[in-house]
Ligand binder design. Structure first.
Ligand code: FES
Length: 217
């Protein structure tokens, strides 16, 4: 039985703006996302504790009010899950050599996502990205930084910046070359119940993907 996501009214990230605010759908849990070097415990052994499993029920999220360019944050298995509604311009950039040429694993060859998200957009629907928001270096929570350029330099295409040690990911969660993080951000099991409702924590009916088989959370 899935939990229903709750209201989401605060802090929409304005496309092109500079604020790192988030819509938050997480029951009554509000995460301090964006705080410098917020560390999330890394899971190196895929034997989750009983209480983690107990917290692992699927979560349904209504994305109908999530505008292009915005991100929403939810919790699943006590972990932050980023859901982004990408704009057409952002989707175009994800396929450009100016983006892919900066990446360590542009084709998602490492097992950091289900087979149904092993594609250039790392998702089921190109416009909706779903990621586990935990840096694959040492477990900080990366900052949603969708604006190109700015303080991250002219080559910055928009994506996620981890302030702890400077790791960078694009807007598909693909890690840059030459940064400490070794892997792309994980994509959790998910599927769509209708056009704008996504269920986090459950595969599509035709998939048996085991999230515990991924390289690194
Ligand atoms: S934890 Fe993200 S760069 Fe080190």
């Amino acid at each position: 039985m899935a939990d229903s996501a709750h209201s989401h009214t605060a802090g929409a990230h304005a496309p092109g703006g500079s604020r790192r605010d988030f819509l938050v759908i997480a029951g009554n849990a509000l995460l301090g996302v964006g705080a410098a070097c917020t560390v999330w415990p890394l899971i190196t052994s895929m034997n989750p504790a009983r209480d983690v499993l107990a917290a692992g029920a699927p979560v349904d999220v209504d994305l109908s009010s999530l505008q292009p360019g915005q991100q929403v944050l939810v919790l699943w298995r006590s972990r932050p899950i980023f859901i982004v509604h990408r704009t057409p311009a952002e989707l175009t950039k994800l396929q450009s050599p100016s983006d892919t040429g900066q990446l360590r694993d542009p084709n998602s060859e490492a097992l950091q996502q289900p087979p149904y998200a092993t594609n250039w957009h790392r998702s089921i629907k190109p416009e909706y990205l779903v990621l586990v928001g935990i840096c694959t270096h040492l477990g900080c929570i990366p900052e949603f930084t969708p604006q190109p350029g700015g303080s991250l330099g002219p080559a910055w295409p928009g994506g996620y910046f981890c302030p702890c040690h400077g790791s960078r990911y694009d807007l598909s969660g693909r890690v840059f070359s030459g940064v400490p993080a070794p892997y792309n951000l994980p994509v959790p099991p998910h599927h769509f119940l209708n056009d704008t409702t996504v269920r986090i924590g459950e595969n599509p009916p035709n998939s048996t993907f085991d999230f515990d088989s991924i390289e690194q959370i």
